[in-house]
Design a protein around this ligand. Sequence first.
Ligand code: SF4
Ligand code: SF4
Length: 287
Amino acid sequence: MKTASRIVGTASFIGGYFAQDFPVYGAERRGAPIIAFTRLSDNPILERGIIVNPDINIIADETLLKDSAANVLQGTWDGTITFVNTHYTASHVKDTYQVSGKIAVVDITDIALKIINKPVLSSVAAASACKLTGIISRDYLQEAVIKELTDINLKKEVIDKNVQAALTCFDNTPSISSPDLKFSEEENENKVVQLEYADARVGSARVYESGNTIMKKTGNWRFFKPVIDHDRCSRCRACFVHCPHSCISLDESGYPHIDYDNCKGCFTCMDECPKKVITKEREVRAW
Ligand code: SF4
Ligand code: SF4
């Protein structure tokens, strides 16, 4: 999402707008939810800090809508366009999660898997955001994807796939006109938006023992879940030993079982399994 916000910012800049983009995240922990922002305006932007009331809200993982700690709808209002990465319909998502304002949905994970062969969402999420602004063209998007991914030293063939996926996503994202979207801010205040204080019990990882987070089940960080083929498992315990969350327990016969409430989908177990009997299955929902 950090790279997505950069792509949107760069595309805006290429399109002649002023832009800011920046992420906010806590302790680095692969798979944990993060938030990133992009501001754009046709005037110099004096405002600093997080965006409290977004005009466009891109939710890259539908399962976060169920996560009260992530609170991904915070600050949205009737004028917000909320975009959700899901294979469900817009009306289903709107009703299920009581999303206010306008809503757009595209299964951008599916597009990434088909074209990039990996569930990497930076270019595709950025493409949806660009489309929803109504002012960033395909050409600006393409140029921005190439620039940002070149800057992080990706190979040309990977960048080409990202461009293709981004343009596909751009074309699949509906055009939603929003009279509330303004890119000329009349009251462009020179102000700093302060981050809200988050209690340390919510704002940081609290791990009291292996595989046990009291306030947070990390199972909804997954896009894919590991599945063990017990018929071919040799009970070597490599997965059990290497799982960074200690989400794998052994039954009385020594067979490993995964705690899906907490498995975050890192696939260390799959990489470590010498028999290659752990496979990856895509999940629509983690729960
Ligand atoms: S994918 Fe495997 S190693 Fe990673 S958290 Fe889940 S069970 Fe543990
Ligand atoms: S690493 Fe593979 S073979 Fe070994 S116990 Fe785990 S699933 Fe079974």
